[in-house]
Design a protein around this ligand. Structure first.
Ligand code: GLN
Length: 544
C-alpha cells in the first residue's frame, strides 16, 4: 500500500507549495521510489478551465484531457510522471458529484452533509488509483484557516487515523519573515500556523520554513520547541537561484532524510542526483544568451504562461544558453504600429503563444508578418499558429481573413468545428454551447510529412502525440490558397482533416503548431520544438 504525504501551507499564500511538493517527490524518486502527486483545490469551480489566467495562472492540460491547476505542471516537470484526471480535484467537482447523486436518490433519504459525505468523497479521491506507487503526495491548496479548505483538513485528519501508523506524514509549509527594523527573523507566524493546524487535529511531522535569510540554529530550536517537532524536522527553505536547484537545496537541508525517518524507513538508497546536478549546471553556467520576444495578451502575469516560460528555459538548457524572455503586450502594437520594428528588431526569435479572444490579435498578426519578412525565427503556438495562417491568408490577398472566434467574418480562415474524432470516437459540440470542458482537450496524434522540417526537428519521426486545448481550427478549405504563399501544412490529424502544423521551408525557422508542446517539456528532456527554436535563435544572434 502507498504511503501518503499531506502537504499544507500556512501564514500566507504563494509560498510555492507546489514546487516544494514536486521537489520532495523528485528527491524520493532519486532514491528509486515510485511517486505520484495530487492537488486538492478548495475553490468551487469544477476545474480551472473557465478561470481567467489573471486569476489563476495557466490552465495545465493532461494527456487524458483534464484542465488542471498549474502545479500539476511543476509535478510533471520535476518527476517526469504524466499527471492524470485523477490527480486534481476541486470542491466544485466534489459538490457537483454529490448533488448529482442526491438528485438521483442515491443517498436513500439520508441527510447529505459535509461530514461524512464531502469528507468521504475527498478521502476516496486520495485513496483511488494507487497503483504500485511507494509514495502519494497530496498538496492542499490555500492556507490553513481558510473556510474553504476545512473539509479537506478534516479528511486528512480522518485518513491519518484510519491508515496505518507509519503510513502517513504531514508536511506544513510556513513563512519565517525577516523584520528589517529589528534585524530579526520572526517565528511567531509559524507558531500560530501550526497551532491552527493542530486545532484541526493535524500535528505536522515536518516544517518547511520559507525564509529570505538563513535560520540560525537557535531559531530552529525555538520553532521545534513551540511547534512540537524535532529540530531536524524544521527545514529551512531559503530562496533559490532557480527553481531547478530547489531539490538539491532541500536535500542538503535534510528534507528527504527527515521524511523517510518519519515513515520509519531506515534502508533507503542514497539518492542519485546526477541529473539534477546536470540541469542546474546547464542553467547556471550558460555559454551564451539569446533574447526571445513573447507577443501575447497576459504578459502582466507570468504565471499565465508558466509552462511556456519553463519550456523556453529547457530549450536554453539544451543549447547551453541563457534565454532572456521579453514579454510584449500585443495590444501595444495596435496602438502604435510604428513601434513594431523598434520592439521586434533586437529579438533573436519571436513567439506568439496560445490565447483567447480578439484583443491583441492584429498585433500578433503584425508580429508574424515581421518575423516572416525579416527572416527572424518564428514559433506560433495554438492561437499563434492560427494568427500565422491568417497572416498568410492576407498575403494571399484574402484581406478579410479572420477567425470566427473574433466575430462574424466572410473569410473564416480559422473557424469552430462541431465534430471531430478522438480515441473515444466522435466528439461533438454545439456552437454557443457551454464553455467549460468543451474544447479539443488532451493528447491527440498527428502525422508529419516525410522530409518536412518539423519531422527533422522530431528526430525523423512522422507520428507524434501532443496535448491540445482549443475550440477553433484552421479551416482546411483554405489550405491550397495558403500553400500558394509558401506556407506548408506539414502536420495533420491522422484522418487528414485538421491542420496540426504549418511551416515555411523558405524561412530559417518558421513553425506554427495547433497544440501546446510546452506542456510536455521537461528539464531533463527539453521538447524538440523548443530546443530547435532556441537553436535557431542562437544562429540568428550570430547574424545581428
Ligand atoms: N482561442 C483559440 C481557440 O480556442 C486558441 C486557444 C489556445 O491558444 N489555447 O482555438
Amino acid at each position: 500500500m502507498a504511503r501518503y504525504i499531506f502537504i499544507t501551507g500556512g501564514v500566507v499564500s504563494s509560498l510555492g507549495k507546489g514546487l516544494m511538493a514536486a521537489s520532495l517527490a523528485a528527491l524520493l524518486q532519486a532514491r528509486g521510489y515510485k511517486v505520484r502527486i495530487r492537488k486538492f483545490d478548495p475553490y468551487l469551480n469544477v476545474d480551472p478551465g473557465t478561470m481567467s489566467p489573471y486569476q489563476h495562472g495557466e490552465v495545465y492540460v493532461t494527456d487524458d484531457g483534464a484542465e488542471t491547476d498549474l502545479d500539476l505542471g511543476h509535478y510533471e516537470r520535476f518527476t517526469g510522471v504524466s499527471a492524470r484526471q485523477s490527480d486534481n480535484i476541486t470542491s466544485g467537482r466534489v459538490y457537483r458529484d454529490i448533488i448529482a447523486k442526491e438528485r438521483r436518490g442515491d443517498y436513500l433519504g439520508a441527510t447529505v452533509q459535509v461530514i461524512p459525505h464531502v469528507t468521504d468523497a475527498i478521502k476516496q479521491f486520495a485513496l483511488a488509483d494507487q497503483g504500485d506507487h511507494d509514495f502519494i503526495l497530496c498538496e492542499i491548496g490555500g492556507t490553513v484557516g481558510d473556510i474553504e479548505s476545512l473539509p479537506f483538513m478534516e479528511a486528512i485528519r480522518q485518513l491519518r487515523n484510519e491508515l496505518e501508523p507509519l503510513q502517513t506524514l504531514s508536511v506544513h509549509v510556513t513563512l519565517v519573515p525577516y523584520i528589517a527594523a529589528a534585524g530579526e527573523l520572526k517565528t511567531k507566524p509559524t507558531q500560530h500556523s501550526v497551532r491552527e493546524l493542530a486545532s484541526l487535529g493535524i500535528k505536522p511531522d515536518v516544517l518547511l520554513c520559507r525564509a529570505e535569510h538563513p535560520i540560525p540554529d537557535g531559531e530552529r530550536q525555538k520553532i521545534a520547541n513551540f511547534c512540537n517537532v524535532r529540530k531536524e524536522a524544521v527545514i529551512p527553505a531559503l530562496d533559490a537561484s532557480s527553481i531547478y536547484s530547489v531539490p538539491l537545496q532541500y536535500h542538503e537541508q535534510g528534507l528527504d532524510d527527515e521524511v523517510l525517518r518519519g515513515f520509519g524507513i531506515t534502508d533507503a538508497n542514497e539518492p542519485d542526483l546526477s541529473s539534477w546536478d546536470d540541469v542546474v549546471d546547464r542553467r547556471e553556467n550558460p555559454e551564451g544568451e539569446v533574447t526571445i520576444g513573447v507577443v501575447g495578451k497576459y504578459v502582466g502575469l507570468q504565471d499565465a504562461y508558466k509552462s511556456l516560460n519553463e519550456a523556453l528555459v529547457h530549450g536554453g538548457m539544451a543549447n547551453r544558453v541563457k534565454v532572456n524572455i521579453r514579454w510584449i503586450d500585443a495590444e501595444v502594437f495596435e496602438q502604435a504600429p510604428a513601434d513594431i520594428a523598434a520592439a521586434l528588431e533586437p529579438l533573436h526569435g519571436i513567439l506568439v503563444p496560445g490565447g483567447f479572444g480578439e484583443r491583441g490579435s492584429e498585433g500578433k498578426i503584425a508580429s508574424v508578418r515581421f518575423a516572416r519578412e525579416r527572416s527572424v525565427p518564428f514559433f506560433g503556438i495554438c492561437l499563434g499558429m492560427q494568427m500565422a495562417c491568417i497572416e498568410s491568408a492576407r498575403l494571399a490577398g484574402i484581406d478579410q481573413a479572420s477567425s470566427t472566434e473574433f466575430g462574424e467574418t466572410s473569410e473564416p480562415v480559422v473557424g469552430i468545428i462541431t465534430e471531430w474524432m478522438s480515441e473515444e470516437g466522435v466528439q461533438q459540440r454545439e456552437e454557443g454551447g457551454d464553455l467549460g470542458g468543451t474544447m479539443r482537450l488532451g493528447a491527440y496524434d498527428a502525422k508529419l510529412s516525410v522530409n518536412s522540417h518539423v519531422s527533422s526537428v522530431y528526430g525523423g519521426a512522422t507520428d507524434i502525440s501532443e496535448r491540445h486545448r482549443h475550440r477553433y481550427e484552421v479551416n482546411s478549405a483554405y489550405i491550397d490558397r495558403l500553400e500558394g504563399t509558401g506556407l506548408v501544412f506539414s502536420g495533420m490529424s491522422p484522418d487528414g482533416l485538421l491542420p496540426e502544423i504549418v511551416e515555411r521551408p523558405d524561412h530559417p525557422w518558421f513553425v506554427g503548431v495547433q497544440f501546446h508542446p510546452e506542456l510536455k517539456s521537461r528539464p531533463f528532456d527539453p521538447h524538440p520544438l523548443f530546443a530547435g527554436f532556441v537553436a535557431a535563435a542562437v544562429e540568428q544572434s550570430r547574424l545581428v
